[in-house]
Write a protein that binds this ligand. Structure first.
Ligand code: NDP
Length: 403
């Protein structure tokens, strides 16, 4: 690192690239970057089509380049960045160029399978990847982890549960680990009877009791599919077997993850439900940095409660665990079917309980036609992804005649 790149603190700033900069994770991250201008140099910010939000952020964070996936929004971005010295670009080739730029840390925070190609490309020697885009691990976990290992890249989990587990997972004591436990808030319908869940509206499902997140993950939290995805993520991130992974409903979202050891110790990470804490952990790793989140006042909180997940009212969790067990292409198909079903639910084309019904039907049909084989490359994953999307749309269009 050249001497002139060093700050007054004597530490070279970390160069950072953000994929999915304008989303919920991206905004939380931007807040930390803005508060620590000497510590980080923003290289590239990537989003889909939200030109105004991207331009605002690029100016605020003094990014070198801002890139949109969508060409149609490019004129707005160019106009907004005119005269700022920040390069504006759009399209997949421009995203690839931005990902290839010299950087130390890439934050993968695109939502959905759209994050696969750019995040895979971002895995290059000498970098760290802070991964929020869980779809990389859900849809292509083996390929992703293989590439991470082959390049020697350090992979840091942003997802709060995995970040919590990462903080209390003693890497040199893996043979002493009995269980890895992911907590779940249970979402807005935790106490609702099944009959009432038929009539859930998108507005009700979008009201998460504890976390403020993007719309897809909020609906996935309401169905508990998100927890299923997180178990699949954990299976790739931590060297434990599937039956060592457990889910515990904890409505206060105060304990984010736990690891149980053979000596009976249960180590947990606690914190306010604010994504800036796990994001900051990834930014400063292996150190720490100050974050202005609300401090937990345990005395005021009084008590923490726990319960087992209810498989009958939240079938998505079981469907996801079955996909993890089945392996091969099942988790990728699960994610694709879920993305389409959640979108249809948000557009009020299907009901809340149709989400698991659609996903289960699609997985069964793909398995019956032997289409859930393990992927050899990302293109295989994308092919299966588009087939599963097609089948889910078919199911939505002709539910009654599907079987
Ligand atoms: P949001 O929907 O809030 O944001 C998604 C981001 O991805 C936006 O910046 C969006 O750009 C961008 N994007 C979407 N499609 C593309 C594309 N084709 N190319 C480039 N950029 C694209 O999502 P979240 O921030 O909630 O979630 C992001 C990821 O992090 C998800 O995988 C989620 O599961 C995971 N996660 C999120 C948590 C949270 O608290 N939000 C917690 C843990 C994990 P634009 O604004 O232009 O559309």
């Amino acid at each position: 690192m050249p001497v002139e790149a060093e700050t007054v603190t004597g530490r070279a700033p970390t160069r950072i690239t953000v994929l999915g900069a304008t989303g919920s994770i991206g905004q939380s991250l931007a807040d930390l970057l803005e508060k620590n201008p000497d510590r980080f140099d923003v290289v590239a910010l990537v989003a889909n089509r939200n030109a105004h939000a991207l331009a605002d952020m690029a100016i605020k964070l003094k990014a070198s380049i801002a890139v949109l996936a969508d060409d149609e929004s490019f004129p707005v971005l160019t106009e907004r960045l005119n005269g700022t010295g920040i390069t504006a670009a759009s399209g997949q080739a421009a995203i690839e160029e931005a990902v290839d730029m010299e950087t130390d840390l890439v934050v993968g925070a695109i939502v959905g399978a759209a994050g696969l190609v750019p995040t895979f490309r971002a895995i290059k020697p000498g970098r760290r990847i802070a991964l929020a885009n869980k779809e990389c691990l859900v849809c292509a976990g083996d390929l992703f982890v293989d590439k991470v290992r082959a390049t020697g890249v350090e992979l840091l989990p942003v997802d709060s549960e995995h970040n919590a587990i990462f903080q209390v997972f003693e890497k040199d004591q893996t043979d002493q680990i009995e269980k890895v436990i992911l907590t779940a808030s249970g979402g807005p319908f935790r106490t609702w009877p099944l009959a009432k869940m038929n009539d859930v509206t998108p507005a009700q499902a979008l009201k998460h009791p504890n976390w403020d997140m993007g719309s897809r993950i909020t609906i996935d939290s309401a169905t508990m599919m998100n927890k299923g995805f997180e178990v699949i993520e954990a299976a790739h991130l931590f060297p434990v077997s599937n039956d060592q992974l457990d889910v515990l409903v904890h409505p206060q979202s105060t304990i984010h993850g736990l690891v149980q050891y053979k000596d009976g110790s249960l180590l947990a990470q606690l914190g306010s439900p604010d994504m800036r804490t796990p994001i900051a952990h990834c930014l400063a790793y292996p150190g720490r940095m100050p974050v202005p989140v609300t401090r937990l006042n345990l005395a005021e909180l009084g008590k923490l409660t726990f319960e087992a997940p209810d498989a009958e009212r939240f079938p998505c969790l079981g469907i996801a665990l079955a996909a993890l067990e089945a392996g091969g292409g099942a988790p990728a198909a699960l994610n694709a079917a879920d993305e389409v079903a959640v979108d249809a639910f948000l557009k009020e084309r299907i009901g809340f309980l149709d989400i698991p019904a659609a996903i289960e039907a699609v997985l069964e049909r793909l398995a019956a036609s032997d289409m859930l084989k393990p992927a050899k490359c990302v293109e295989d994953v994308l092919d299966l992804d588009s087939e599963a999307r097609k089948k889910t749309l078919e199911w939505i269009g002709s539910r009654t005649s599907w079987h």
